[in-house]
Design a protein around this ligand. Sequence first.
Ligand SMILES: Cc1cc2nc3c(=O)[nH]c(=O)nc-3n(C[C@H](O)[C@H](O)[C@H](O)COP(=O)(O)O)c2cc1C
Length: 152
Amino acid sequence: MGLFIDIARSRHSCRMFGESPLSDEEMRLILEAGELAPSSRNLHPVRLFPVSDTDAIRALAGCRPSSTTALKTATFAVVVAADPMVSDVWIEDCSIASIMMQLEAEDLGLGSCWIQVRLRSSVDGSAEDVVRNVLGLDTDLTVHSIIAIGKQ
Ligand SMILES: Cc1cc2nc3c(=O)[nH]c(=O)nc-3n(C[C@H](O)[C@H](O)[C@H](O)COP(=O)(O)O)c2cc1C
């Protein structure tokens, strides 16, 4: 464990990962960091969906025609979604959870990359619909981003 400023300084987007999977503890810590994110009025509208099945992660890569390179080799991904009816500032809350997970990944010596889903399109629809189909998400949830993670 280093100083926080060292983690902030060394973090960078990683879009190519090695094949070895994360340990259960690494995945648990990343999710815990996301769950610990503060939220406006403490309403916690954010829902995190961990994905460790590589076929499912590769399917998530199809949510956009480009800019999903990191999902093509990631061994872990967390889909960040929220219920907009719970909080009007769910986008801010999702963004904070996303960067918290990226910084935890960095602290663990892992690489990560933010994949934008909200407001983005797939080849024939919305990026969100692809993610929704891969995960079978509830209709009350809106997808914000995917954090792609793996060993560097
Ligand atoms: C809101 C947001 C959306 C992003 N969307 C994508 C994306 O869809 N695909 C991607 O490969 N990188 C994405 N990134 C990563 C940025 O391209 C990257 O953070 C930026 O170029 C700075 O590089 P660095 O992370 O190495 O400092 C996104 C980052 C943020 C903060």
